[in-house]
Design a protein around this ligand. Structure first.
Ligand SMILES: CC(=O)N[C@@H](CCC[C@H](N)C(=O)O)C(=O)O
Length: 375
């Protein structure tokens, strides 16, 4: 296998969107096949991979999951190993996540632990969501691969390398994507009365949507409604006949999500009446909340507190989404943040995680897995 830094940079060059991770999958397989195969079982699922390392005793199976997809962002880091794929970037750290998973695998192949370990390379975390179908496939086709406990990490730009942060219970939000298409009637810019202007309808609807969290949701129930993209029209002197709003809804409980969706639907119906147009809503994919197992998260934090090279933080929950929540829905486990000290945040075109996190985290997780497998 190549060095972990080389691997991270190679992966960084080839970001691919959800369920299109063809090059990523073959690169990962190449690295996995370069290791001694004695204890390995390797199974592919769509663009993902599951690798089992047979333990020396195998009383239980511990899972480690990494996501493998990139985002539709044009990279602006100017790094020598910048993305070679136009309008695609590993801007959420999945290149680092995959490298840490390979590093852990390498360690376990060299020196297996008592328990079996299953490493899951999961596609499509950013959308449309690979965790739920992958979990269901494992249950149906390979129940022997379903772990008894499962762990994963996410890079955290705001913390220095050597910091891990998590909390028992709810860590990340329930999410739902939101796509709204408005269809009116295109027309000449000089004849507004003969057209149905969807730029004005979409702009009005956008502002109305922004009142939902502030005016309709109980202030004690955290919620976010973000419209990240708005598009409309063709040229400056044609009235737009079509517009589209694209966004995401985040809540800490399912009831608030349902009530926000109800309010969005009311505003869309009102837009149809007011602007004499059709408004279609598509909720895209939705992710179940990330809820850490109370006991395992406390044990993880207490291990981290005792580790000399680690600063452990019991952090607050965040409005981030993660389809790892679907694994945690059925398998007890923990998702934690690991600091990468970047002045640019997740999903930013200049995100530049400190690669030192790789050499810190691989032995940290390896020692934690050794502790878990001695229990
Ligand atoms: C860790 C992270 O940034 N996750 C993404 C998950 C995307 C969920 C889905 N595509 C949506 O936008 O609702 C996030 O944006 O939190």
């Amino acid at each position: 296998m190549k060095s972990l830094i080389e691997i991270r940079r190679d992966l960084h060059r080839i970001p691919e969107l959800g369920f299109q991770e063809i090059k990523t999958q073959s690169y990962l397989l190449e690295q996995i096949h370069a290791l001694s195969q004695d204890r390995l079982t390797i199974i592919q699922w769509k663009t993902g991979i599951v690798v089992k390392v047979t333990g020396t005793e195998g009383k239980k199976t511990i899972g480690w999951r990494t996501d493998i997809d990139g985002l539709p962002i044009t990279e602006a880091t100017d790094l020598p190993f910048q993305s070679e794929h136009e309008e695609k970037m590993h801007a959420c750290g999945h290149d680092v996540h995959m490298t840490v998973a390979l590093g852990l695998l390498e360690k376990l192949v060299h020196k297996p632990i008592n328990d079996h370990v299953v490493i899951i390379f999961q596609p499509a975390e950013e959308g449309p969501g690979g965790a739920l179908p992958m979990r269901e496939w494992m249950k149906k086709e390979h129940p022997e691969l379903v772990p008894d406990q499962i762990y994963a990490f996410h890079i955290a730009p705001e913390y220095p390398v050597g910091t891990v942060a998590t909390r028992p219970g709810l860590l990340f939000a329930n999410t739902s994507e939101l796509f709204i298409d408005l269809v009116g009637k295109e027309g000449h810019a000089a004849y507004p009365h003969q057209a149905k202007d969807m730029s004005i309808a979409a702009a009005t609807l956008l502002l109305q949507l922004q009142t939902i969290v502030s005016r309709s949701v109980n202030p004690m129930a955290p919620a976010v409604l973000t419209i990240g993209k708005m598009s409309s029209g063709t040229v400056q002197n044609i009235i737009s006949g079509q517009a589209r709003l694209e966004g995401t809804i985040r809540t800490m409980d399912a009831a608030t999500m349902t009530s926000i969706k109800g309010k969005i639907e009311s505003f869309c119906r009102a837009t149809e009446i007011a602007f004499d147009c059709d408004v279609r809503i598509d909720y895209g994919s939705s992710y179940y909340q990330v809820k850490n197992d109370e006991t395992l998260a406390k044990e993880f934090l207490s291990f981290a507190e005792q580790d000399e090279s680690t600063t452990a933080i019991a952090c607050d929950a965040a409005m981030t989404g993660e389809d790892f929540g679907y694994f945690l829905q059925e398998i007890p486990g923990v998702l934690f943040w690991a600091g990468v000290d970047s002045s640019f945040g997740l999903h930013h075109a200049k995100l530049n995680p400190d690669e030192a996190v790789i050499d810190y985290l691989v032995p940290f997780i390896e020692s934690y897995f050794r502790v878990l497998s001695n229990k």
